[in-house]
Design a binder for this molecule. Structure first.
Ligand code: FAD
Length: 407
């Protein structure tokens, strides 16, 4: 009989299947993923996996037995190619047709491609999947001159891994500062310095003007302004685009992400969307798409609850966003969501290497960026979850601590 069908076996899709069973869903649960592995953790791909600290076998979210024992059908290596909304069915690349009572799109996102003249040489890498990570890890073993395009989280995490292996690392970022979309200027400045100390050259406000290739199409040199340098490995980390074509072709509303309502339902009441692919509304703010494990997992749990207790009213989705990144030997954790225009106040001394940058909008705390300060991070998450309103004046008081404010 028709049950819940989930498109995408990533963080969100897997969590949804697990949560449905934990919450007692009795109907069938089918997860269809086009990758060839059971669901795995992506964050280590640009961190511990690169330096060999984590093996491939350690990346799986759960063992295959886990899904089998719970009656979760995992269909790997198979894409959903279309949705027939009239018949409540999806068509798979294998030719199989699967009927659904409820369909959940958890298709994630894919890397934005750099418009390189020859369509990409074999030493130009991207990092999203296990295969990508395998390939680039292998290439990194021999690379001496590494060029990274984009100083976002993945680019900078990769820069650390490469610098630690002794490669000459150059990071090119078009924006005026690193991590510019995500953190305060103060936090950007701290990390720019830390990467410089690690030996990476970070060039902001410029772009690669030319990739020079050899006869085999490999990039051998790049020109950045009037600087020309040799390259044997290029890593591109310039953001992602949501996988929303399937939804769009089925006539669902799409706008830089699959548009959902406050209960994560698309413009078709029988179809939800969660995780990186979903654009969702927030109380008193513009709709947003978030790319994080927290967002994928919390939206999955929420959708599971909504599906399992379909006859009970449910409050709108509104979990506190949080994120982490490991780079240049530091642990960055972010709680809440800041706008680039939000002001910033230090809590603690950045020269100690343990501090937080607190962001304020309209006089109230909007986000906390913690560096090697997990206590601050957890307290901030508690504060935001409680809906507590901290003013800049309160925070600047000498006796203030996030911990006591959250208690
Ligand atoms: P995904 O994990 O992308 O899963 C979607 C799946 O759906 C994919 O397997 C895709 O191939 C599949 N799919 C798409 N279309 C179809 C179709 N038509 N049919 C079948 N299958 C389909 N987040 C953090 O919070 N902290 C971090 O430190 C962090 N580090 C990261 C490092 C790297 C290298 C990467 C790539 C991401 C990182 N992230 C991090 C982001 C985090 O991994 C993502 O936000 C999260 O995986 C999103 O989960 P998702 O299920 O929405 O999408």
């Amino acid at each position: 009989s028709a049950g819940v069908v989930i498109v995408g076996a990533g963080q969100a899709g897997a969590q949804l299947a697990m949560s449905l069973r934990e919450m007692g869903h009795a109907g069938s649960v089918t997860v269809i993923g086009d990758e060839h592995h059971p669901p795995y953790h992506r964050p280590p791909l640009s961190k511990d996996f690169l330096d060999g600290g984590l093996a491939e076998s350690e990346l799986a979210l759960r063992t295959e037995e886990y899904y089998r024992d719970r009656g979760i059908e995992l269909v790997a290596g198979t894409a959903v190619t279309s949705i027939d909304r009239g018949r409540n069915e999806v068509l798979l690349s294998s030719g199989r047709v699967v009927a659904y009572a409820h369909l959940v799109l958890a298709t994630g996102a894919r890397n934005r491609q750099l418009p390189i003249a020859d369509g990409g040489a074999d030493n130009v890498h991207y990092l999203r999947t296990m295969e990508d990570a395998r390939r680039v890890r292998h290439a990194l073993e021999r690379a001496q001159n590494v060029l990274i395009v984009g100083a976002g989280f993945i680019g900078l995490e990769f820069a650390s891994a490469a610098a630690r292996r002794g490669a000459r690392v150059t990071v090119v970022e078009a924006a005026p500062r690193v991590l510019g979309r995500a953190v305060a200027e103060e936090t950007s400045a701290y990390f720019a310095h830390r990467h410089a100390v690690e030996g990476s050259t970070v060039l902001c406000g410029c772009a690669v003007d030319e990739f020079r290739t050899d006869s085999r199409g490999r990039v051998t040199e790049v020109r950045i302004g009037d600087r020309v340098q040799p390259v044997d490995l290029v890593l591109v980390g310039i953001g992602v685009a949501p996988n929303s074509e399937l939804a769009e072709e089925a006539g669902l509303v799409v706008n830089d992400g699959i548009v959902v309502d406050a209960q994560l339902v698309t413009s078709d009441p029988a179809i939800s969307a969660i995780g990186d692919c979903a654009r969702f509304p927030r109380a008193g703010a513009a709709s947003i798409r978030l790319e994080s494990v927290q967002n994928a997992s919390d939206q999955a749990r929420y959708a599971a609850r909504r599906i399992c207790r379909a006859d009970e009213p449910i409050a709108d989705y509104g979990e506190v966003p949080w994120f982490w990144s490991h780079q240049a030997g530091d642990k960055l954790q972010i709680a809440g969501l800041a706008l680039p225009t939000d002001s910033a106040v230090f809590l603690g001394d950045p020269s100690s290497g343990r501090f937080s940058v607190c962001r304020f909008r309209d006089g109230f705390l909007s986000a906390v960026e913690s560096v090697n300060s997990p206590g601050d991070h957890l307290s901030a998450r508690k504060l935001f979850a409680r809906g507590a309103r901290v003013t800049e004046e309160q925070l600047r008081a000498p006796e203030f601590s996030l911990r006591s404010a959250a208690a």
